[in-house]
Structure formats: structure tokens, C-alpha cells
Write a protein that binds this ligand. Structure first.
Ligand SMILES: [Zn+2]
Length: 244
């Protein structure tokens, strides 16, 4: 039986029947799809690795009765080192949750997949602060999804002089005290500095910020996602909880 080949990352999986799994794949070629991995929970299954979250590989899919079954997978990158560092593991989960929840079936998600793969590589192979990697990821993922943030000036009146700064969920970034209305959170000057440095593509390795400032940025980004999409990124809440 001929199948189609897609390059995809596992961004969610749930047990199905006795030994199967239903897996959410985000693929470069076919967008977000649900696929069945038969028998992959058996210890002898050759596809055990292919249903694990973070696995990025070339999947062979066969369509039957309106759904896809995975018949083979060649791993490209499994990001296995994430599981040995709890902060990095939880940060990685935020990335998978964003990919799973902030995309729709039928939509081209190639750029979102690339954004997640980039951030996972940084998490696995670079020494950068985990919180900074996550802030940068959320800013670029939101931009890729059409919700770019702007912290250069007040997003309403364009002033650069302000004594108080607010993160506006409505305008997607900085607003001044006069323009701040509903859907705003007060934001420290340091948090504004983090966002500006990240959006200027400053290398993460040269950035030095206090943990509480990075947590403030992540909390604001979580609030922005909730405001845009109407749900919380649960793994971001878990990350903030375990990384205290
Ligand atoms: Zn203003």
C-alpha cells in the first residue's frame, strides 16, 4: 500500500484502545493532523519512539476510512536530552502546546513548525537562559501566527516618553499611561527592556536580566495568549510553577 511522507513533529498523544495511540502531528506538508499509531505501546513495537512528544521525523501515512495510520517513521531529531532537565522539559512542553493549540487543521503550519524546531534546538544545545529562550519563542511564534508584538513606542499615540508602561493585550505591546485602557497590565521598565532586546535579535547569551523580570515577561505573554485565544497555556503556568 502506498503512503504519503510528511516531515512532522509530535505535539500531543493520547492512549487509544489496548496498545495504540492517537497522535497529533504538526507537519510541514499537510498541516496539523491526527494519526493512529497501532500497537506502539507494546514494548516490542518498532514505532515506540514515533509517538513520543518532541519526536520530529519523516512519517509514512496511509489513509483509510477517513483517518491516517502511521506505517513507518525515520527519526530526524528526537530532542531526548530535554527529559534530563526539568526546566527545559517544561519549556519544551510550552512550545508543543502552542503548536497544538494555536494552529488549526487545514492551515499551513510550516513556519510554526520551523519556529518550534529552532527553539527546541536552542533549548537542547545552547546554554542560554531557559526563560529567555521561552520569551523569544513566544514572541516569534505569535509573530508567525500574525500577532507581532511592538515595544518600540506607545502603540496608540507613538510617544516614546512615558513614566509608566503598560502591556496592552488589545494593541499587542507597549502603551503609555494615557493610552492604557481596558485589557492592559502594568509593565516594568526592565521587562520592556527584555522585550526590546529580544525583538532586536540580541543574542540571548549576552543578555543579563533578573529572574523576576523574565517571569514578569512570561506572565504577560501568557495573559496575551489568553486574551487572544480565550484559553490558558497550561504548560506555561506549570513552567512558572516549577522554575520558581
Ligand atoms: Zn500613548
Amino acid at each position: 500500500m502506498d503512503g504519503i511522507k510528511v516531515r512532522a513533529i509530535v505535539c500531543g498523544a493520547q492512549d487509544y484502545k489496548e496498545s495504540d495511540k492517537l497522535v497529533t502531528l504538526c507537519s510541514v506538508e499537510e498541516g496539523k493532523i491526527s494519526v493512529l499509531l497501532k500497537g506502539c505501546r507494546k514494548p516490542t513495537s518498532k514505532l515506540r519512539f514515533a509517538c513520543a512528544p518532541f519526536c520530529f521525523g519523516e512519517y509514512v501515512l496511509v489513509e483509510k476510512g477517513g483517518y491516517y495510520t502511521v506505517t513507518g517513521c525515520t527519526p530526524i531529531e528526537q530532542f531526548t536530552s530535554l527529559s534530563s532537565d526539568i526546566d527545559r522539559f517544561y519549556a519544551g512542553n510550552v512550545m508543543l502546546e502552542a503548536l497544538r493549540k494555536l494552529t488549526r487543521e487545514g492551515e499551513n503550519v510550516a513556519r510554526q513548525v520551523a519556529c518550534v524546531l529552532d527553539a527546541l534546538k536552542t533549548l537542547c544545545y545552547e546554554e542560554s537562559s531557559v526563560a529567555l529562550v521561552l520569551i523569544k519563542f513566544l514572541c516569534s511564534f505569535l509573530k508567525t501566527s500574525g500577532y507581532a508584538l511592538d515595544f518600540s513606542k506607545c502603540n496608540v499615540c507613538r510617544t516614546e516618553n512615558m513614566s509608566k508602561r503598560y502591556f496592552s493585550y488589545e494593541h499587542g505591546g507597549l502603551v503609555c499611561g494615557i493610552c492604557a485602557g481596558r485589557n492592559c497590565e502594568i509593565m516594568s521598565g526592565q521587562a520592556t527592556g527584555v522585550f526590546r532586546a529580544i525583538l532586536k535579535d540580541t543574542p540571548l547569551s549576552v543578555m543579563r536580566f533578573e529572574d523576576n523580570v523574565l517571569r514578569e515577561c512570561l506572565t504577560l505573554l501568557g495573559g496575551y495568549v489568553t486574551n487572544l485565544f480565550g484559553f490558558r497555556l497550561n504548560s506555561l503556568i506549570q513552567y512558572l510553577d516549577i522554575s520558581k
